[in-house]
Design a protein around this ligand. Structure first.
Ligand code: SF4
Length: 892
């Protein structure tokens, strides 16, 4: 094993560190325990260094000390491989910048660069302070506790039950607003988190703003991507930046924030320029033939209330679930004196104006390229073909269009995602081999609603309206929102604007970093300063933790026990996982410091405050918990309920979860510990949700009536309570995003003043696709990202740089209307001439963080928290503001 000084990586400058903590570089590592001397041990692990945490590991210990980590060669999904993050996780265990003992602030002044003057205290002392405050808040108004979580730790099984038993609805993920990708998939596929291409069979992938494998950098994702490319899949990447994946296929540069125009034009070509579509699918598996009245709603049978379809053979309308001789896709019909048109007709007419020539002016993609790509997509979809998997015959549609956060995170971004779905539906590729599949979830998910349509699930199922609101997350105004720390921050700073009638008295931060990972960090700092009491379950002193009043030190990933189910996801796992389900265990390594498992901390607080046991306690809620819509795969307590009147160890809870898992065959933790994982075989055909369609009758929404209805309900609710939409002067700005047919709307940056002549874009870096583990502060990873010419820098197109008189490696400032940041500029051809590229998530930090957090260009400083910049549906923040760039006065 390396000695402390060798693994420390960066040297801490004590001058900027503050006085209240010993400098990390001065830390003396524990001596080897004599009782462990001469012993060798191997533990089973689950990586934990990215959000997916799919990969299994073997952790080797000598003399009681962890000396190496490798991929478990026998276990899926990685079968021995680890990505650089997984390989470097040992450095997160031996990280001298970790919080090593409970801390209490003695300096009332708060700031990222203000020493809290920590006092080291015992766990008892720290917990007593928290318990006293939490008891008072719970008695007065439990909504006053905000729990903010994030990808820094996704291993808790008690957090939700803790919040419910405490009585607060305010649990918010800090990772949401820059990655709002869920709505359209929850609506069309009934699946979280998103829909992706089915890479086992896909032959043509049109990818907008998405990391497919290399940039997302999961072991299985890369393997699946590589195999698809070797198999001959044609890849077209439409993106302002030429990503690693784009370099393997065809890269089409596009102006940032204009994907909606390009997608509308492609759909126009498919609908209006004579290309074939999957007529059987559109007639029988979508609502495209539904009759629409002049108000834009389904025309409903007066007797049954069911939507109706025109039968062209019998010249009459019938309810959608009748037998038809010839379903009409086009035309205007009069039913019971009411003039109606088919949804398909209305959409085709709406899209008629979005010609490729129109789109070219906005997105810069040549009209002939748009036409070519739409045509290629349809040709490769092989409409009408089938494939047999096991004994089941599926439609075979080996082509997919996929969008991601770069496309969706703008005002109107949800329309772009929905337009991609329209293209996919036109070729009939939904949930079938080679096509577009809901990532992670499969099973009998797509039960029809009363109108015969896939039930909108998760984020497509709008939050109910309540006034005054209970939550500070803004869902009364954004009922289909993703996680919204930005709205919570606005509500804390300005409660009247969101009509919040109580005060946030305490903030429990756990694994989330709202300051570094969201827009306008200074606004988050101000909001945190406004909350009287902050507790942080902390691995290291990050930005939220330095503002805390009490810090409870948490285990690193390798020290945290865990049992988890691997749901083979299409995006992040290789094809080897098709055909079985897996449960894995992480056996914890001995903890190095006075740290605890996050769930043991929750248990301790709940017990001391008095809501762990009994009816309405943490265990009671845990007993009630199940994974919504995962149906057969749910990993919950099922028939193994906890006795709610006594305390349980985490191992006991894991054991019961295991035994209740429908695919675990009754085996428990003891058996799991023997091999580290179980495999439960299932048929390959079950990998495709199409197989589970109830009687193959469910239709997908091609015409988004439910979106229109949600907008109407929201508008009515606001009127009923005489409310204005927060931060919006003209409400049409919102309502034009609630149409049943996607349309072109300008994002909030298009009309920025001309001096902001460029658009900034960001993409995931393989070194830190999420904030799990400690990617930015890991010295092995830092060595890689600092030397990578395609990371840790600012990209500018060579022609643009020349026009501005800038040279390669100039130190430049990038300035938006909301903030500025700096860094080293690289001149490159790998970016659109109108774009500035800032990869990864670097910069900011505190005086007591690993100093490397200070380095790198802080992209998020350029973004806005302004309500006008949000997509009204998902509440996603604008990810590509207009910017100007100029040479900085001097390097920092
Ligand atoms: S892909 Fe994720 S889980 Fe697998 S080794 Fe890398 S960081 Fe770990």
């Amino acid at each position: 094993m390396k000695k402390a000084k060798e693994v420390t990586g960066h040297t801490q400058k004590t001058t900027s560190w503050g006085k209240s903590l010993p400098a990390a570089s001065a830390y003396q590592w524990k001596a080897v325990d004599p009782a462990e001397k001469g012993k060798s041990l191997t533990l089973y692990g689950i990586c934990g260094q990215c959000m997916q945490s799919d990969c299994t590991t073997l952790i080797h210990l000598e003399d009681g000390v962890v000396v190496s980590v490798e991929g478990n060669p026998t276990s899926p999904p990685n079968y021995g491989s680890l990505c650089p993050r997984g390989n470097s996780q040992i450095m997160n265990l031996y990280n001298p910048y970790r919080v090593k003992t409970p801390l209490v602030r003695t300096n009332p002044e708060k700031g990222l660069d203000v020493d809290p003057m920590w006092k080291e205290v015992s766990w008892d002392e720290a917990l007593n302070i928290i318990v006293e405050k939490f008891k008072k808040i719970r008695e007065k108004d439990p909504r006053g506790l905000l729990i903010l979580e994030g990808f820094g730790n996704t291993n808790s099984i008690l957090r939700d039950s803790f919040a419910r038993a405490f009585g607060t609805p305010n649990v918010i993920g800090s990772h949401g607003p820059l990655c709002t990708i869920h709505y359209a998939s929850c609506l069309v596929h009934s699946a979280l988190p998103e829909a992706v291409a089915e890479m086992e069979y896909c032959e043509y992938l049109l990818s907008f703003g998405r990391s497919l494998g290399p940039n997302f950098a999961t072991t299985g994702g890369i393997r699946r991507f590589t195999k698809a490319m070797e198999r001959g899949m044609k890849l077209v990447v439409i993106d302002p930046h030429c990503s690693v994946e784009a370099s393997k296929g065809e890269w089409i540069p596009i102006r940032p924030g204009s994907d909606l125009a390009c997608l509308l034009a492609m759909a126009h070509v498919m609908l209006n320029e004579g290309l074939p579509y999957d007529e059987w699918f559109m007639k029988n598996r979508t609502n495209a033939p539904y009759l629409i009245n002049s108000e834009g709603n389904y025309y409903r049978d007066p007797a049954t209330g069911k939507p109706m379809i025109w039968d062209a053979a019998d010249n009459c309308a019938r309810t959608f679930d009748s037998e038809f001789k010839d379903i009409a896709m086009n035309g205007t019909y009069t039913v019971n004196g009411v003039a109606c048109r088919t949804a398909f007709d209305l959409i085709r007419e709406e899209f008629a104006r979005y010609t490729p020539e129109w789109a070219e002016k906005i997105c810069t993609v040549p009209a002939k390229t748009i036409r070519r790509l739409a045509t290629e997509f349809v040709e490769h979809a092989k409409i009408g073909s089938t494939i047999k998997i096991d004994d089941f015959v599926f439609p075979f549609r080996p082509a997919s269009v996929n969008t991601h956060r770069g496309v969706n995170c703008h005002r109107g971004g949800t329309y772009a995602d929905l337009t991609g779905k329209i293209m996919n539906m036109l070729v009939g590729n939904i949930e079938v081999p080679g096509g577009c599949l809901g990532n992670s979830m499969r099973g009998p998910l797509m039960a029809p609603d009363k109108d015969g349509i896939v039930k909108p699930q998760f984020e497509a199922d709008p939050f109910p309206f309540k006034f005054p609101p209970d939550n500070i997350d803004g869902h009364e105004f954004y009922p289909n929102k993703h996680t919204t720390p930005h709205l919570a921050i606005n509500a804390i700073m300005n409660p009247e604007k969101y009509h919040i009638g109580y005060k946030i008295e305490a903030w429990l931060n756990f694994g989330g970093n709202v300051i570094r990972k969201n827009a306008q960090p200074e606004r988050y700092v101000e909001a945190m300063k406004k909350v009287p009491f902050i507790v942080s379950f902390a691995y290291h002193i990050d930005e939220p933790t330095i503002l805390a009043d009490v810090v409870l030190p948490e285990h690193s990933a390798m020290e945290r026990s865990l049992v988890s189910v691997l749901y083979p996801s299409h995006q992040t796992t290789g094809g080897e996982v098709i055909g079985f389900d897996t449960v894995r265990v992480r056996q914890p390594v001995p903890n190095l410091f006075d740290t605890r498992h996050c769930d043991d901390i929750y248990t301790e607080i709940a017990e001391r405050v008095g809501f762990l046991c009994g009816a309405g306690g943490v265990y009671d809620y845990l007993n009630q918990q199940k994974h919504h819509a995962l149906i057969d795969d749910g990993f919950y307590l099922g028939n193994q309920k906890l006795d709610i009147n006594r305390k349980h160890s985490l191992d006991e809870i894991y054991d019961r979860q295991m035994k209740s898992w429908s695919r675990g065959d009754g085996r428990g933790l003891e058996e799991l510990n023997k091999d580290g994982f179980f495999l439960h075989p299932r048929s390959r055909k079950e990998y495709y949700t199409y197989y589970f369609f109830p009687e193959n009758k469910t239709r997908h929404p091609f015409y988004f009536e439910s979106l229109k209805k949600t907008g109407e309900t929201l508008r009515a609710n606001l009127r009923m309570h005489n409310l204005k939409f927060p931060g919006i002067e003209n409400e049409e700005y919102i309502w034009e995003q609630y149409r049943p047919i996607p349309c072109w709307i300008e994002n909030s940056e298009i009309n920025a003043p001309p001096e902001y002549d460029l658009w900034v874009v960001n993409w995931k870096s393989p070194y830190c696709p999420h904030d799990s583990g400690n990617p930015n502060g890991n010295p092995w990873l830092a060595e890689l990202y600092q030397q990578d010419p395609f990371d840790f820098t600012i990209f500018l197109n060579s022609a643009t740089a020349k026009k501005k008189g800038l040279k390669d490696r100039d130190w430049i400032t990038v300035e938006s209307r909301y903030g500025k940041t700096e860094g080293i500029m690289r001149v490159t051809e790998l970016i659109h001439p109108d774009a500035v590229g800032i990869p990864g998530s670097y910069g900011l930090g505190t005086i007591q963080s690993n100093p490397i957090f200070r380095e790198g260009t802080h992209f998020n400083a350029l973004l806005s928290l302004d309500d006008k910049t949000l997509d009204a549906i998902a509440a996603g923040q604008e990810l590509s503001p207009r910017v100007k760039v100029y040479k900085s006065e001097a390097k920092r």
